[in-house]
Ligand binder design. Structure first.
Ligand code: ADP
Ligand code: G3P
Length: 510
């Protein structure tokens, strides 16, 4: 047997896959397991997940990773706590008596509530909401999904009338089910997740009556999870089943907040960009929430036990890695995401093609809900490689637009951009990114920063780590740097074409 050391487990429940990783005290992953799960697209613009399949995938990942961990000679007993990080906004509704879901989860990318949101935007006071909760009224936050459920699913309406309708983002659903459901009824959410609902006041980190009244939600009928600290040894209960039964769940962070923590962006002005299914640039802005006037969101970065809550400005891009999956699954240009760079490198440039990947409308900083994916500049010359390049570039252009907005909102201009997420594995994409933003892009050796962030939240709560200082040397070695290799004038010219394309794709889905 290897000598007893303390480890922390991390559940990373993303949009396309679930992972469980086990980290040692140096913040290194020593064992992991990952499972992809079903993406359900019942109609154009709709995107659902099966909430029970998600729970099943988490339990299987825990068992799979722990098996590997034990094969290395470790004991499961040395795992002192588990943290959770998750796709945000995705909404689950269940009956609090049975603990069973009433419908599939509506995923954060889903645009079915577009008309409903437009109607609500006409209400008096709609313009004031973002100042309270940090999030713009759109199809993105959970509230639009909940209201759609209440208008369209009779079982949801019935439970609401009976007072047994439970609402949760994925973190709340996971904590509730992993604790055994109604039997123990652990029903909580952390502020980084709750701040994505549009019900939470960023100043108080509690539900806002003004917001709930605006959305005409009656909390005597609707059960909302209690908002607790992002790291807490008791509030999240413990795992009721799996090989880690009895291990406390001690930390919880929305995945983008977790990546910010995993990148150790603990000081105001530090930022990271995560290229997962979507792409999310978060900058730590310190202890006061600054409301954006340039198309960004304000969100909770983390709220750790014994520390003041920290906030972040966020630029959210709805489509990033999912556009690569689209080339793979829908256009069948490639057989795996990793092949996209190779395909893009078969040509020298985008050949005049610009792809606005607005599958869910365009999020930050544009917020154009009636845009849909549009490819400009196709000619008889266009090859698959040009489309592949234009696809990679789309995320990089939006990141550039977000960085510009962030500079204006925060007064900080970044000296370099820390990156992570599946799509950052593409060297070509990272080089393109550096070229367009004119600052170096820094990619860490260990790219599971989201999972690391949740492990940090949980490990701090149970004393595996004692302070943020403990992470000074974590993941500090072996970084790749991509330096800008084109002139600012050339970058501006390319960006000008993109901005023109963005303006031209307005109105398609109106
Ligand atoms: N080598 C690669 N090049 C480009 N994209 C990639 C590569 N590897 C993975 N991806 C993309 O990254 C995404 C998955 O990233 P991940 O961080 O696991 O996302 P999530 O947490 O949202 O499930 C997929 O959409 C995939 O297309
Ligand atoms: O699955 P990801 O990593 O793209 O993250 C999803 C976000 O949390 C949605 O807001």
């Amino acid at each position: 047997m290897v000598a007893q050391e303390s480890f922390v487990g991390s559940i990373d429940q993303g949009t396309t896959s679930t992972r469980f990783l086990i980290f040692n005290k140096k913040g290194e992953p020593v064992a992991s397991h990952q499972i992809e799960f079903k993406q359900i697209y019942p109609e154009p613009g709709w995107h659902e997940h099966d909430p029970n399949e998600i729970i099943d995938s988490v339990e299987k990942c825990i068992d799979g990773a722990v098996k590997r961990f034990e094969e290395q000679g470790h004991s499961a007993k040395s795992i002192k706590a588990v943290g959770i990080t998750n796709q945000r906004e995705t909404t689950v509704v269940w009956d609090s008596n049975s603990g069973e879901p009433l419908y599939n989860a509506i995923v954060w990318t889903d645009t079915r509530a577009q008309n409903l949101v437009r109607k609500i935007k006409q209400r008096l006071g709609a313009d004031e909401l973002q100042k309270i909760c940090g999030v713009p009224l759109s199809t993105y936050p959970s509230v639009s999904k909940l209201l759609w459920f209440m208008e369209n699913v009779p079982a949801v309406k019935e439970c609401y009338e009976k007072g047994t309708l439970a609402f949760g983002t994925i973190d709340a659903w996971l904590v509730y089910k992993l604790n055994g459901g109604p039997r123990r009824n652990v029903f909580v959410s952390d502020p980084s997740n709750a701040s994505r609902t549009m019900f939470m006041d960023l100043q108080t980190l509690d539900y806002s009556d003004r917001l709930l009244d605006f959305f005409r939600l009656d909390t005597s009928k609707l059960k909302l999870p209690k908002i607790v600290k992002s790291s807490d040894p008791k509030a999240y209960g413990s795992l009721a089943s799996t090989v880690l039964s009895g291990v406390p769940i001690a930390g919880c962070l929305g995945d983008q907040s977790a990546a910010l923590v995993g990148q150790k962006a603990f000081v105001p002005g530090l930022a990271k960009n995560t290229y997962g299914t979507g792409c999310f640039l978060l900058m730590n802005i310190g202890e006061k929430p600054v409301v954006s006037t340039h198309g960004l969101l304000t969100t909770v970065a983390y709220d750790f036990d014994g520390m003041k809550p920290m906030y972040a400005l966020e630029g959210s891009i709805a489509v990033a890695g999912s556009s690569i999956k689209f080339l793979q699954n829908n256009f069948e240009f490639i057989e795996s995401s990793a092949q996209v760079s190779q395909l893009a490198e078969t040509v020298e440039d985008n050949g005049g093609v610009t792809f606005v990947t607005a599958f869910s409308g365009l999020f930050a900083p544009y917020w154009i809900d009636d845009a849909r994916g549009t490819i400009f500049g196709i000619t008889a010359y266009t090859k698959k490689g040009h489309v592949a390049r234009a696809t990679l570039e789309a995320t990089c252009f939006q990141t550039k637009a977000i960085l510009d907005a962030m500079g204006k909102d925060s007064g900080h201009s970044l000296k370099e951009l820390a990156v992570d997420g599946g799509m950052c594995n593409s060297d070509l994409t990272m080089q393109t990114q550096a070229d367009l933003i004119g600052i170096p892009v820094i990619r860490p050796a260990m790219r599971e920063t989201t999972a690391l962030g949740a492990a940090i939240a949980a490990g701090l709560a149970v004393g595996v780590w004692n302070s943020l200082e403990d992470f000074k040397d974590v993941n500090a070695e072996g970084k790749n740097t991509f330096k800008p290799a084109i002139s600012p004038e050339e970058a501006d010219k390319k960006f000008g074409r993109w901005e023109k394309a963005v303006q031209m794709c307005r109105g398609w889905a109106s």
